[in-house]
Design a protein around this ligand. Structure first.
Ligand SMILES: [Zn+2]
Length: 371
């Protein structure tokens, strides 16, 4: 047959085969990329959109959707996170300026693997996160005062860093009035981070265990009565773990006050399982009282408040065994950290690896609490 005639006949055959649904006859002459387009196209017409497009080699995908067996529940705690600057300004060297040039992953990049691989992480959001430029700073009578505000998108720093709950119960949540506080809670919720609200217990279930988390103030012993009520509520709600995350005490004080120690003991006596505090901006020793941990202050963690905050800080992890679905023994893990590296605050805390620096922090955290 003449060459031209042969080509015409072949073309007619291919077109006819395609028209009558025998497209597979064409497969040998289509390149893989063209095949892929064909398959994806065909799939999109017959399968709901939620199903991902065809994966050609799925032998690497897990063959089961069952959750792996877990035998521990790890809850991480850090202290004050201030993703903001005084007056909401963005001066050179300030947190807000850094956040304009860096992605949200920048700030806690040294902790993302840790907080993403634990089961729950709790922090204090010690600032207002709002884009409302009309907010006015609250009036204060103290000589030294600060008004901390960052953009609403800074809430995403908690999310990308693997933090699940951020307390908004602190002395800076209302720096820009009620609207500023409401905006902060909304900003956290928008990115899927639970706000630890004033006067409200947060209930959540992790690995089958019901956690009750109450974020609260503890500026004097009088505050303990409100917290005792909430401990009672959490017991009535049959929580497997009752967690108190408080803000209070005296700033820059490295020893927990007697009344604070007494209050925490009373809260443990009443049924609290873990108590963690912040606000002093510095670490205070931890204590195990009647088998339950009290972290009197975890200090600052990522602190936008100034360019030279105290360096020493720590992550505390409560690691619970889960046996037959029940909370069992707990191990306390303290990870010595620094709030920043370099000559002035780069707003990027890191895990301390220098042995003597580690021992200094651990030795201090385990020093006896006088009472
Ligand atoms: Zn504070």
């Amino acid at each position: 047959m003449h060459k031209k005639s042969l080509i015409v006949v072949l073309l007619v055959v291919f077109v006819a085969a395609d028209l009558i649904g025998l497209g597979f006859l064409l497969a040998p002459v289509l390149k893989p990329a063209e095949l892929a387009m064909e398959k994806t196209h065909a799939t999109s017409q017959t399968v709901p959109q939620a199903v991902p497009s065809i994966v050609y080699d799925d032998t690497t995908q897990p063959q089961t959707t069952e959750a792996p067996a877990h035998d521990t529940l790890t809850i991480s705690f850090v202290g004050d996170c201030m993703f903001a600057s005084n007056h909401g300004a963005a001066n050179p060297g300030s947190f807000n300026r850094m956040a304009q040039s860096q992605p949200p992953e920048y700030f806690l990049k040294n902790f993302i693997p840790m907080f993403q691989s634990d089961d729950f992480t709790i922090a204090n959001c010690e600032c207002v996160l709002s884009d409302d430029e009309t907010l006015t700073e609250k009036e204060v009578t103290t000589e030294i005062a600060f008004w901390f505000k960052g953009a609403a998108r800074h809430a995403d720093i908690f999310r990308v860093s693997g933090m699940e709950l951020a307390s908004v119960v602190n002395n800076h949540s209302h720096d820009f009035g009620q609207k500023g506080s409401d905006d902060t809670e909304a900003a956290l919720e928008r990115v899927g981070v639970l706000p630890g609200r004033r006067e409200k217990v947060t209930y959540t279930t992790v690995k089958g265990q019901k956690l009750g988390i109450y974020c609260c103030s503890l500026y004097s012993h009088d505050y303990v009565y409100n917290i005792l009520d909430k401990v009672g509520e959490m017991k009535q709600e049959h929580c497997d773990l009752i967690i108190l995350y408080f803000h209070g005490g005296i700033e820059n004080e490295t020893v927990p006050e007697d009344w604070k120690v007494r209050a925490c003991h009373e809260l443990i006596d009443a049924g609290a399982d873990v108590i963690v505090g912040s606000h002093p901006h510095v670490l205070q020793p931890m204590e195990v009282y009647r088998g339950k941990p009290i972290l009197y202050s975890l200090g600052n963690f990522c602190f936008g408040g100034n360019t030279h905050p105290p360096r020493n800080t720590a992550v505390y992890q409560a690691v619970f065994q889960i046996k037959n679905g029940q909370i069992g023994e707990r191990e306390d893990v303290l990870i010595p950290c620094a709030t920043y590296s370099g000559g002035s605050n780069n707003y990027q805390p890191y895990i301390v690896t220098n042995e003597s620096a580690k021992q200094e922090i651990l030795g201090f955290m385990h020093s006896p609490v006088a009472f």
